[in-house]
Design a protein around this ligand. Structure first.
Ligand SMILES: Nc1ncnc2c1ncn2[C@@H]1O[C@H](COP(=O)(O)OP(=O)(O)O)[C@@H](O)[C@H]1O
Ligand SMILES: [Mg+2]
Length: 256
């Protein structure tokens, strides 16, 4: 099979991270290609969340956070002084394990991002909200309660609403940090299908500690262990023919 060479959307060079004196990530280097699902797998506390939080500068708020190395977003240093952090966070969205919604209506949760991008016309907002809820597979389920409180939704629906809210600003990269951690198997399948489908429009980074889930959703996978990137490659290779014995032990369930 011919491997298509594309410009990476993210390039990570020798990234190390510390919280105070504790080193959490140890000189990671890899590239994220556009319009693919890149899974980051590994046992709890190996640094997955720390890593992806570097990609939209969420760690900026963490006390004692220090890093060295470089992260390029489409070739530009994401941590350069001139970088517009708000613009970065708009282009690189994040969905967390727990669906945290704003205390507004379902409609307003989705419209919020569009409003802060300067769209105020209600017909335009209606279009964006409908299109985005269709995209995240929620429209038919919640069309009749659009102006109601999102608390009445199931946890899986709230998670898909978080995805809709993130999609409403048309991010270039969407990061999922264990998005199915609290969900039942039926909702988990819906999110997995959605993630695969979103590849058409956007680049996905999918953190999970469920091996089989990573094998199902991703094109490429990286295995993190004790703050190091042990192996990075196509999902097929990582899961069927890993080069490192630690990767092999992890994907076969003997480790972590
Ligand atoms: N804000 C923080 N301050 C200090 N240590 C932290 C902080 N956040 C995470 N850690 C530590 O960093 C390590 C990696 O955590 P994390 O990135 O959350 O791992 P994962 O997402 O793989 O479970 C853990 O040992 C965790 O306790
Ligand atoms: Mg985590």
């Amino acid at each position: 099979m011919q491997i298509e060479e594309k410009e990476p959307i993210l390039s990570i060079h020798n990234l190390s991270v510390w919280y105070g004196d504790d080193q959490i990530l140890n000189s990671l280097s890899f590239e994220v290609q556009p319009k693919q699902v890149t899974a980051l797998i590994g046992p709890a506390n190996c640094g997955k969340s720390t890593l992806v939080r570097c990609f939209n500068r969420l760690n900026d708020f963490t006390p004692n956070f220090k890093f060295s190395g470089e992260i390029l977003f489409k070739g530009s240093d994401m941590y350069a002084e001139k970088t517009d952090v708000t613009a970065i966070r708009k282009k690189i969205g994040m969905v967390f394990r727990k669906p945290e919604l704003f205390r507004y209506s379902i409609y307003e949760n989705v419209a919020y991002g569009a409003r802060i991008s300067g769209i105020n016309q209600s017909s335009q907002l209606d279009t964006i909200v409908e299109r985005t809820l269709q995209r995240s597979g929620l429209w038919n389920e919640i069309e009749s309660i659009l102006h109601g409180n999102p608390e009445q939704l199931s946890i899986g629906q709230r998670q898909r609403l978080c995805i809709a809210r993130a999609l409403a600003v048309e991010p270039e990269i969407l990061i999922f940090d264990e998005p199915c951690g609290e969900l039942d198997p039926i909702e988990t399948v819906k999110i997995e299908n959605l993630v695969r489908d979103l590849r058409k429009d956007c680049t996905l980074i999918f953190v999970t500690n469920k091996r089989r889930q990573a094998a199902r959703v991703s094109d490429v996978a990286g295995f993190l262990y004790c703050g190091g990137l042990i192996e990075f490659g196509t999902t097929e290779k990582i899961f069927t023919n890993p080069q490192d014995t630690r990767t092999e032990h992890y994907v076969t369930g003997r480790l972590g």
